[in-house]
Design a protein around this ligand. Structure first.
Ligand SMILES: *[C@@H]1O[C@H](CO)[C@@H](O)[C@H](O)[C@H]1NC(C)=O
Ligand SMILES: *[C@@H]1O[C@H](CO)[C@@H](O)[C@H](O)[C@H]1NC(C)=O
Length: 639
């Protein structure tokens, strides 16, 4: 059952006041390199600067231009990272277009900023060739759909940035006449279309009355992320795909998906895309995939396939942040395409459920678990120092975090895999899209009374999330090391004085009972896909794999997570007996080196950094920092 929090909407706006923005930053503080200091919480922090720093740090640290990729990524995380890069460039472009109050032309020279943007756009083009498109073709359907989203994002960026640079806008006929970005649109469109078509092969009507299957390489598993991706990618294809006349045969010769069978010429606004999105949405909402906190569980197995069962009847209760995120951009797109406000309502309900599950009370604009005297202060000035104090420093898990900060279950134990390290960034990306103040503009009936009303309601609801979002951004900023690299477990960034080993051990104990890994959950994204029931045909595996869901009932799941994480690392990224699902498992290597495994500091010292555990700081955790800052900048434009 979905929990509805609409009843609390009315009171919040008055409680949560948000501070005004400083406007477009003046030239000396942007480009970056300065003012990275947010250890002083009262400082007027400039989110756009911080976002740009997160981007440039990510690219300068992890992107290798000579190979046009982030070598430490894997195929699907790279597609997501590319999306984050382009989205950040879109945000900067958008900012230049919008000209916030206080941003005179002199302060925010378009051509200066254009050079910064173009530099990182060159990375995007390099990655077009650095992307291993052939490998991804043979991976799971969700892997393919990240690729679609990434290049559709690029198409939109190119268009918006091109508008910014139009001669009329620059007021100079002798200035830049056409931006080279436009020339790449057909290539991006082609790759989007190819991968959408490949992924659409995952739609299946024989089982569960419809829905995408996750992967052709395991037993049928109909999961949240693949279906949400299919909704979001399909509606984005409908809205933003500019057509594709390139029939280049990237077929593998098997005949099933090569060019001879593909549609020859694709027009924009092909109803095939819109219908696919609507069908998938209808199926997903009827699939019973949400739990009693109103959060998407991971997906469904089909029990007794051999005996002819076709019903999705074995739910994996695992809850991940990204499963609550991807659908948000799909819902926005469905609204944009149809004008039905119910899609927006559905998105807001989900966001409210997520925020609630982080332990944040939207009605009172404060975390549930902060019960000390300082709480009054955070409601009015929530970025100030009392935020960092609480009697229960690290209270227990609330379903998707604690203390009002978003967490995945693997964060607190430092056991996230490369997949798991990417999830929060994805939530933030799709949330930002959903709540961008411009998200409901540019529709056909933009100026009608009803569209105006819908926009006002949407905007008011998005506004309510800003203090929570700011709190998350603040926490994430607190995890940066001296190089500006963000950590995985944002919550600890709230504590200027750090946390101790003992405090984290206490949290681990508490979470065993509050269910960070719920009963019936299999954390295959962090543990790897096990052999055995539901995942692999029995006869392919000796029955040595443990069923995590049975151990979670006995309260030992944290230990088993840690054990298997260790086993995974020592076996080069794979658990013993685990079949390689796709090449991504094989290149999900930990290139951070052994030193990151060594936990620093000793028990009891405040300088202990829990974000050095496990895979440590990575490309993917950096993307998390970038995405939360971008979300804050974008969504706070509603203020
Ligand atoms: C950061 O801010 C604090 C408090 O204002 C200050 O004491 C510290 O010197 C600053 N650090 C840097 C690197 O500027
Ligand atoms: C929905 O899923 C839950 C958890 O698996 C199950 O208990 C419940 O019976 C299902 N409801 C329906 C209508 O299938």
């Amino acid at each position: 059952m979905r929990v509805l929090w609409v009843a609390v909407v009315a009171t919040a706006a008055t409680v949560c006041s948000a501070s005004p923005w400083t406007g477009c930053p003046s030239t000396p503080t942007w480009p970056p390199g300065v003012d990275n200091n947010v250890t002083s919480p009262d400082q007027d922090w400039d989110v756009l600067n911080l976002m740009f720093n997160a981007l440039s740090t990510m690219q300068d640290t992890y992107f290798e231009r000579w190979v046009g990729t982030w070598p430490e990524g894997n195929d699907w995380t790279r597609a997501v990272i590319n999306t984050h890069v382009v989205a950040a460039l879109r945000t900067i472009t958008d900012e230049l277009n919008r000209k916030r109050p206080g941003a005179g032309d002199g302060e925010c020279s378009i051509t200066d900023k254009h050079h910064l943007i173009a530099g990182y756009f060159a990375d995007v083009i390099a990655y077009y060739f650095g992307e291993d498109a052939f490998a991804i073709r043979r991976q799971a359907y969700d892997d393919m759909l990240w690729v679609v989203l990434s290049w559709l994002e690029s198409i939109q960026f190119v268009k918006e940035h091109g508008n910014l640079l139009s001669p009329s806008r620059l007021g100079s006929p002798s200035g830049i006449t056409a931006w080279y970005g436009d020339r790449w649109t057909p290539a991006f469109a082609h790759r989007s279309r190819i991968f959408w078509e490949l992924a659409a092969g995952g739609w299946d009507t024989k089982l569960c009355g419809g829905g995408m299957i996750w992967s052709p390489h395991v037993l049928p598993y109909k999961n949240a992320v693949t279906n949400e991706l299919f909704i979001s990618a399909s509606i984005a294809m409908y809205l933003h795909f500019p057509g594709d006349a390139n029939n280049s045969p990237f077929g593998d010769g098997s005949g099933s998906d090569d060019a001879s069978n593909a549609k020859f010429y694709w027009q924009p606004r092909d109803p095939v895309f819109g219908k696919a999105a609507q069908n998938a949405h209808t199926w997903l909402t009827a699939s019973n995939m949400t739990n009693d906190q109103g959060l998407y569980t991971d997906g469904f197995h089909i029990s007794g396939l051999d005996s002819g069962n076709t019903r999705c009847d074995e739910r994996n209760e695992m809850v991940y942040t990204y499963n609550q995120g991807v659908i948000l951009s799909g819902l926005l797109g469905l609204y944009q395409a149809t004008g039905h406000e119910r899609y927006l309502d559905e998105g807001h309900s989900l966001i409210e459920n997520v925020i609630h599950a982080t332990g944040f009370d939207l009605a009172r604009c404060r975390p549930f678990d902060m019960v000390n005297d300082d709480d009054a202060a955070i409601t009015t000035k929530e970025k100030s120092s009392p935020l960092r104090r609480s009697t229960h420093k690290l209270p227990p898990w609330r379903g998707l975090g604690r203390l009002g900060i978003l967490e995945d279950a693997c964060d607190a134990s430092g056991t996230c895999s490369q997949d798991g390290q990417t999830f929060k960034s994805i939530w933030m990306h799709h949330f930002a899209k959903f709540c961008a103040p411009t998200s409901l503009l540019k529709l056909k009936d933009t100026y009608s009374k009803s569209a105006h009303d819908v926009r006002a309601r949407h905007r008011a609801r998005c506004q309510r999330y800003i203090p929570w979002l700011r709190r998350n951004a603040h926490a994430a900023l607190g995890t940066r090391d001296e190089k500006g690299l963000f950590g995985m477990w944002w919550t600890v960034g709230l504590f200027a004085e750090g946390v101790t080993v003992e405090e984290v051990e206490e949290v681990e104990k508490g979470d065993r009972y509050s269910g960070r890994w719920p009963k019936g959950a299999m954390d295959y994204r962090n543990l790897g896909v096990p052999g055995g029931r539901g995942w692999m045909p029995e006869d392919e595996f000796p029955s040595t794999e443990q069923d995590v869901s049975s151990s979670s009932a006995s309260g030992t799941e944290t230990d088993s997570e840690l054990e298997s994480q260790k086993a995974e690392k020592s076996s080069g990224g794979r658990r013993a007996g685990q079949k390689p699902l796709a090449s991504r498992d094989l290149d999900a290597r930990d290139v951070s080196g052994a030193t990151r495994d060594e936990e620093q500091g000793t028990a009891g010292t405040a300088s202990w950094d829990p974000n050095l555990r496990g895979r440590g700081r990575t490309l993917e955790t950096q993307a998390g920092g970038l995405a939360v800052l971008r979300a804050l900048w974008v969504v706070s434009g509603n203020e």
